[in-house]
Design a protein around this ligand. Structure first.
Ligand code: HPA
Length: 272
């Protein structure tokens, strides 16, 4: 808690009267939205006290403050994954700091494998629920009551009002054909899944699978921070569509979807 406060105090010294409204976490290969931010301040993660430092090359490691679609935003360009070796407390540290700085909503994106048979490359899946299959979670250990309750309710992990706004935004933007809704399963990674694991995930109710997002969402829900989360479908893992993928393919597919995701986030911000 002390470390969270020190990080927030450090950022506040620079941000001064800039009061962020929305926090945005950008997933693998999905960073182009930062070009649209009217930037006020930019912080390297390495300069923020107690911030973990990103180790994955496709992640930039910067916290940006500025305006996007008329809203004051904090954007995490580069996130922390459990597979990098961080503790779950480190993975969610930035989300907690952003909340201390006053954000009222959290937008999250990720790259994910598609399990639902009708998904196509570069579809956008609005996450409506999740299966947290990572080996641990950020709430294990001492509870800080300032952040939220020991036993947070998880009946509405993804805010229904934001989901509705995102669907309206997608219709207005003519993105309906790319939009899906579904359940996101998160595993630790960093290896992708075996064919049997993909079949298992489908059987237990997952529509997409990835290696992130659920820790941040769990931390956000504990803090009563409404979440909008979108998976970009970067590979297909349903029976008949499954083939070998590598990170270069994933990044290429993410790049195709990225402008749609950016347009969607911008439009939802406008509607807030
Ligand atoms: N599995 C896990 N994580 C992923 C995948 C996948 O198929 N695609 C992108 N991230």
């Amino acid at each position: 808690m002390q470390q969270l406060r020190e990080a927030a105090d450090f950022l506040r010294q620079t941000l001064q009267d800039f009061q962020p409204e929305v926090g945005i976490i950008l997933g693998t290969g999905l960073g182009a939205l930062v070009k649209d931010v009217e930037m006020k301040h930019s912080f390297s993660y390495a300069d923020i006290p107690h911030f973990p430092v990103s180790t994955v090359e496709s992640h930039a490691g910067k916290l940006l403050a500025g305006t996007l679609a008329g809203k004051r935003v904090l954007v995490m360009h580069g996130r922390f994954h459990y597979y990098e070796g961080y503790t779950m407390q480190q993975v969610v540290f930035p989300v907690r700091v952003m909340k201390l700085l006053g954000i009222e909503k959290l937008f999250v994106s990720n790259a994910a494998g598609g399990l639902a048979p009708d998904f196509e490359y570069s579809d956008l899946m609005l996450i409506e629920d999740h299966l947290n299959l990572q080996p641990t979670n950020p709430l294990i250990g001492k509870n800080y009551d300032e952040l939220g309750p020991r036993f947070p309710d998880m009946m509405e992990p993804y805010d229904l009002g934001l989901l509705r706004l995102a669907e309206e935004a997608a219709q207005e933007l003519g993105l309906g054909q790319y939009m899906r809704r579904g359940v996101y399963a998160s595993l630790s990674g960093p290896m992708l899944e075996t064919p049997a694991e993909y079949r298992y995930l489908r059987t237990i109710g997952a529509d997409a699978v990835g290696m992130s997002t659920t820790p941040e969402v769990i931390a956000a829900v504990q803090m009563s921070l409404p979440v909008l989360a979108v998976s970009v479908i970067t590979d297909l893992a349903s029976p008949g569509k499954l083939k070998k993928v590598d990170i270069a393919d994933i990044l290429r597919t993410a790049a195709v979807a990225e402008p749609r995701l950016t347009a969607l986030f911008r439009r939802v911000l406008e509607k807030l």
